[in-house]
Design a protein around this ligand. Structure first.
Ligand SMILES: *[C@@H]1O[C@H](CO)[C@@H](O)[C@H](O)[C@H]1NC(C)=O
Ligand SMILES: *[C@@H]1O[C@H](CO)[C@@H](O)[C@H](O)[C@H]1NC(C)=O
Ligand SMILES: *[C@@H]1O[C@H](CO)[C@@H](O)[C@H](O)[C@H]1NC(C)=O
Ligand SMILES: *[C@@H]1O[C@H](CO)[C@@H](O)[C@H](O)[C@H]1NC(C)=O
Ligand SMILES: *[C@@H]1O[C@H](CO)[C@@H](O)[C@H](O)[C@H]1NC(C)=O
Length: 527
């Protein structure tokens, strides 16, 4: 009798549980790697192994026409709000630890959106969207919990970072005091953490993510986990055990970087294992992205793309990214998408995934890409404003005098065409150390001469306008600006249009009151 009851109960319970799982909105696990180069993943030809990332991507949709911003805060601000930098005032540089500003408070973040939908919301790792007042920190921006750091980079073991004074002479007087500010930056919720000195951050953040997944398994609510690893930003640090398999890599920076990537890959494995072990994987959408191109001076690489982190060349803005989930339609699993997508698309895309309506008064720059990712429909995005930075003007000649000033750093993609103007940053093609030399020598002498064209090093640049067809020429070798002036004009007019909608750039001078010495040795709110 008892057995029969138990059986009936089991039969009754099983389908209910399955239905409950299916109708519950999916969990969102959003993993951001820092400064992770386009070349630095197995499926793009990395000379080190990323088995977890490769297999996750192979079972999902690889985003191969996907763009991010060339540096940290701007990319993260767009990811969090669905707005271009010109529409938040964050178009210049990053938010340095000593500067009194942050992502403006009037823009709801992805965490706000998901919290409104009944999600529990959790951030682990890097924030980098403001810390000078507590209102700018994660617990005030939609996250229920936070474990990580508020600044942009630090030591992987000691959690210590320094900053110097920043200001822009075009809009501000130099700060009253000069100096160097140093302090610790690791928080549990909003409280300083002091007992992790010596623990490598990739291990720490992975452990926190696994714990969070374990507790989410027993919760009624769906969850949003924003796991923004410190890896693989500089400084170049990794436990020896991760570097050892790459002792054959001659270049020391590249060798350590390989170890950092290996630890990251293992961290993602532990996270996905935890999702599976806790029976959450079937109802989870996992998004993986870099925040910008690889930093070639710190081990990263973007070959065969031109340029690197900090620049508007493809090496700075073409991102590694993929989405994987059992919830994708069968035909999409294993697909490589060449549809245009941008980091500002995540906000409306995730809204779509969870069935949230985005208030149209937000006037987002992003497009939902969920139909493209889940079902293979065409992307609605036809252009990407890479940026306009009026605080980055240049000497030299103004071309096409009646439209956008080509001396200003700006770039736009419209269809297959990409226009760059001003000083887009170092346009070198950086080969993988000790590997792609043969390929590099196949670049003709004339092409190699253009390697230097965007490197004025204080001199007025010889050039401030380039046009490429990115589909035909993904490595930006053949400048079409002279041969296709009508396209140049059309794209400059688009930039001009965007410029007319821009907010003034924020870039306040550093505030000496930030000094961690005045705040218990920690970076944190000082106003
Ligand atoms: C962290 O550990 C290092 C190495 O043992 C030590 O030099 C440093 O003073 C420690 N930092 C703190 C804040 O305790
Ligand atoms: C992954 O989990 C294993 C087993 O618990 C652990 O030894 C390893 O340090 C973890 N790796 C990372 C990167 O957290
Ligand atoms: C959309 O936002 C506007 C402006 O903030 C607000 O007045 C309106 O109530 C919002 N609509 C909905 C449906 O939330
Ligand atoms: C743009 O204006 C400058 C200064 O007025 C002039 O010297 C130059 O020839 C003009 N260039 C073009 C392409 O019209
Ligand atoms: C961009 O817009 C700003 C603010 O409206 C204006 O001052 C500036 O002249 C414009 N720049 C260009 C190059 O059109």
């Amino acid at each position: 009798m008892l057995v029969r009851h138990a059986l009936i109960l089991a039969v009754l319970l099983l389908p209910t549980r399955a239905v409950a799982l299916r109708t519950r909105p999916p969990n969102i696990v959003f993993i951001v790697a820092d400064d992770y180069g386009h070349r630095d993943i197995g499926y793009h030809g990395a000379e080190f192994a990323t088995p977890t990332l490769d297999s996750l991507a192979a079972g999902g949709v690889k985003l191969e026409n996907y763009y991010v911003q060339p540096i940290c805060s701007p990319s993260r601000s767009q990811l969090m709000t669905g707005r271009y930098q010109i529409h938040t005032g964050l178009q210049h540089s990053i938010i340095w630890p000593s500067q009194p500003y942050g992502l403006p408070l009037q823009y709801p973040t992805l965490a706000n959106l998901l919290k409104d939908q009944g999600y529990s919301t959790h951030a682990i790792g890097k924030w980098h969207l403001g810390l000078y007042k507590e209102e700018y920190t994660p617990l005030y921006r939609g996250f229920d919990t936070f474990y990580g750091y508020w600044t942009g980079g630090e030591d992987y073991y000691t959690y210590r970072t320094c900053d110097r004074v920043h200001y822009d002479q075009a809009i501000a007087e130099p700060p009253s005091a000069d100096g160097k500010f140093c302090g610790l930056d690791l928080r549990d919720m909003d409280q300083p953490v002091t007992d992790k000195n010596g623990t490598y951050s990739t291990l720490l953040y992975t452990e926190k993510a696994v714990q969070l997944i374990q507790s989410a398994a027993t919760s009624e609510k769906p969850f949003f986990l924003y796991l923004a690893y410190q890896a693989v930003h500089d400084p170049l640090e990794a436990p020896d055990s991760y570097i050892k398999p790459y002792n054959h890599i001659q270049d020391q920076k590249r060798r350590i970087y390989a170890g950092m990537v290996s630890a990251l890959d293992e961290g993602v494995k532990n996270v996905t294992d935890a999702l599976e072990q806790n029976e959450l994987w079937d109802n989870t959408v996992l998004i993986f992205t870099t925040d910008n191109g690889g930093e070639v001076h710190s081990g990263g690489n973007n070959w065969p793309l031109r340029g690197a982190k900090h620049t508007l060349w493809e090496g700075g803005v073409k991102g590694v990214g993929f989405v994987t989930s059992p919830l994708l339609s069968e035909g999409q699993k294993g697909k490589v998408s060449t549809d245009m997508m941008h980091v500002s698309d995540w906000f409306p895309t995730v809204a779509d995934i969870v069935g949230a309506k985005v208030n149209s008064s937000l006037a987002l720059d992003g497009f939902s890409q969920w139909n493209m990712i889940r079902d293979g429909k065409a992307s609605e995005r036809k252009e990407i404003l890479h940026n306009i930075d009026i605080l980055f003007p240049q000497k030299g000649k103004k071309l096409f005098n009646d439209t956008f000033d080509t001396r200003v750093r700006a770039s736009i993609r419209v269809g297959d065409y990409k226009l760059l103007c001003g000083d887009p940053g170092d346009g070198t093609w950086w080969p993988v150390p000790s590997i792609d030399q043969a390929e590099l020598t196949s670049v003709s002498a004339a092409e190699r001469a253009t390697l230097r064209e965007s490197r004025p090093r204080g001199e007025p640049a010889a050039k401030n306008l380039w046009l490429f067809n990115i589909r035909d020429d993904p490595s930006e070798r053949y400048d079409l600006s002279a041969s296709e002036p009508e396209v140049v004009r059309r794209l400059l007019d688009r930039i001009s249009h965007y410029n007319s909608t821009a907010l003034p750039p924020q870039f306040p001078p550093s505030d000496p009151a930030c000094d961690p010495k005045l705040h218990g040795g920690f970076w944190g709110p000082w106003r």
